[in-house]
Design a protein around this ligand. Structure first.
Ligand SMILES: [Zn+2]
Length: 311
């Protein structure tokens, strides 16, 4: 895990006309980095620029929604839910939502996949209405868990047309996949009840893990992560979306560090299979190193929450 792991990554000079930072809106953008796909072996290499003001990273050029759709192979990992780790993570996530969600109001999981987490959450939090959204080419609505969960597939306007006012909106490893997070999160905030909560989990660009692993850091997840926020960049974005009482803290997610470790032998990208003995070994190593990540004060993955002003 020495710094030489960064040596074969390619630094590229920033071009003349730089876009504004999608996180803080700042225009002081420093040099970029070409990052290969370390997990699914796509040949496309994403170019990330760095915001000097807030420390967030973002793709330039920013891929379109159509281009992004082509970056997700059929065996993409969030399409599968088996395993002890995902059930532990679901349990932690449910208890966090129970604590944060105002009583009674609906809960939206933006980027819910097939809705498996919501079905689990509905079991633990009866008498709640849950909504889920997942991007899809054709609009479609499904009712799960005896009607407690409504999953809307399609484009954002398809969701906004039917979604009731929500007490809590959760984005679990989603905000870093959005090509225009300011527009999407602002639209979601308009659906939050006064005093409602927006929360989620995302990798942190200002982490020790990114410093150590460079282009092999799992937080890039190139080319699928569009904007990788620093903690201050994320706070600034949430403020710009009209939210207040913004908080971030280190999160439990050994899979992130496991992917960084599994990327170490790669020269120019590669593939990582999330299963089998090797993967279990990487998860074990990541769990042992986890306390260093938390004690460092610069966690690789963070939970965030923010509130809409009451009234
Ligand atoms: Zn910025």
């Amino acid at each position: 895990m020495e710094l030489s792991v960064q040596s074969d990554s390619e630094s590229v000079a920033a071009s003349q006309a730089q876009p504004a930072c999608p996180a803080c809106g700042g225009s002081s953008i420093s040099e970029g980095l070409l990052v290969p796909d370390q997990e699914y072996g796509l040949t496309y290499r994403a170019r990330y620029l760095h915001c000097a003001a807030c420390g967030s990273l973002f793709q330039e050029p920013m891929p379109s929604l159509q281009e992004l759709a082509g970056f997700y192979p059929a065996d993409y990992h969030s399409m599968t839910h088996a395993g002890l780790l995902s059930s532990i993570r679901n349990r932690i996530r449910v208890s966090r939502l129970e604590k944060l969600a105002p009583k009674q109001a609906a809960i939206l999981d933006y980027g819910c996949g097939d809705g498996a987490f919501l079905v689990d959450a509905a079991r633990h939090m009866p008498s709640r209405q849950f909504w889920g959204f997942e991007i899809a080419e054709r609009p479609e609505t499904a009712h799960l868990a005896n009607g407690a969960v409504t999953v809307v597939k399609g484009a954002l306007p398809d969701l906004l047309a039917v979604l009731p006012q929500c007490g809590l909106i959760t984005l679990n490893h989603v905000i870093e996949h959005l090509p225009d997070p300011l527009a999407t999160v602002s639209a979601l905030v308009r659906k939050l009840a006064p005093g409602g909560v927006l929360e989620g989990q995302t990798p942190a660009a200002d982490s020790l893990e990114r410093f150590v692993f460079g282009a092999r850091w799992s937080g890039y997840h190139a080319p699928r992560h569009t904007v990788v926020f620093s903690r201050s960049g994320l706070s600034r974005l949430l403020e710009r979306c009209g939210l207040t009482a913004i908080a971030t803290q280190g999160a439990f997610n050994p899979a992130g560090l496991a992917v960084s470790l599994a990327s170490l032998p790669h020269r120019q990208g590669g593939r990582i299979r999330r299963g089998g003995f090797k993967w279990i070994a990487f998860l074990g190593a990541a769990s042992l190193l986890g306390p260093i990540d938390l004690i460092s004060g610069r966690p690789g993955v963070i939970n965030f929450s923010a509130r809409k002003r009451p009234g």
